[in-house]
Ligand binder design. Structure first.
Ligand code: SAM
Length: 242
């Protein structure tokens, strides 16, 4: 699978993709991640990519032409038009189901905004406007990294034998993942549940399923269609309700 990220700050993203699972997947040829400097696509010889908003208002808006030229250039380079995503807090909310869907596209291009945002015509260029949550960041780079990493993990072979996407939260439905433990068995009075060291695989399987339900009910009842109350309470007070 191929990702192309068009951004004003390619150097900011390089470290995200040059270690760990994503580096391994690129080395195995399962992924190709290309970073592109938006200024290279500016029709302006000085590489200007923003301007004042029509109608007045604070801040600068990113001009549309560099994004259109970038998608044209990528389509020529790849030999087909990539699936184009505009990162925006106004987009549809990214989730695991969408990550799985994107992982089936051969090539995805991600367009990162900055400043006050992007000229609305870029939304018409995009196949999808995508948000990573209901908050506003300074730019689309961190959202792009989130989308690439979550999507790449859904590409067969990317997550190796040291981890399994299939037991992750959200993977096969609305349940959160079950609690995990490793050595030591006892630490500062905190003990690993006895069932996990019992060697009884059927008991462990049932315990994990029950725990996944318990965690989901406790932390994210909304995933089960229940009302989410007290969701700003910290984890500790949820675990030990007063
Ligand atoms: N004025 C815009 C608004 O109110 O919707 C916000 C612009 S934001 C400061 C600049 C850029 O950051 C956006 O164009 C987008 O690319 C990116 N961005 C910020 N928050 C985001 C989010 N939650 N999800 C995806 N992209 C986001």
């Amino acid at each position: 699978m191929r990702f192309d990220i068009v951004t004003l700050y390619p150097d900011m993203l390089h470290p995200c993709f040059s270690q760990g699972v994503l580096l391994g997947a690129q080395e195995k040829g399962l992924l190709a991640i290309h970073l592109h400097d938006l200024r290279a696509f500016s029709p302006d010889p000085r590489g200007i990519v923003d301007d004042r908003p029509f109608g007045g208002g604070a801040g600068m808006v990113m001009r549309p032409e560099p994004f259109f030229r970038a998608v044209d250039a990528l389509s020529r380079e790849i030999g087909t038009r990539p699936y184009v995503i505009l990162l925006s807090p106004q987009g549809v909310r990214f989730d695991q189901a969408l990550a799985k869907e994107l992982a089936r596209k051969g090539a995805v291009a991600l367009l990162c905004g900055r400043y006050e945002g992007v000229d609305e015509r870029v939304a018409e260029l995009a196949d999808l406007e995508l948000s990573i949550g209901d908050y506003v960041l300074a730019g689309g780079e961190l959202p792009a990294a989130v989308v690439v990493e979550a999507t790449a993990r859904m590409v067969p072979g990317v997550v190796g034998r040291h981890a399994s996407a299939a037991t992750d939260s959200f993977y096969s439905g609305p349940l959160l993942g079950y609690p995990q433990y490793t050595r030591p068995r006892s630490f500062r009075g905190l003990r690993v549940p006895e069932v996990l060291v019992s060697g009884d695989h059927e008991r462990i399987r049932r315990w994990r399923l029950r725990q996944a339900w318990r965690k989901t009910l406790q932390h994210r009842p909304d995933l089960l269609g229940l009302r989410l109350e007290r969701h700003h309470q910290d984890t500790k007070s949820r675990r030990h309700p007063r």
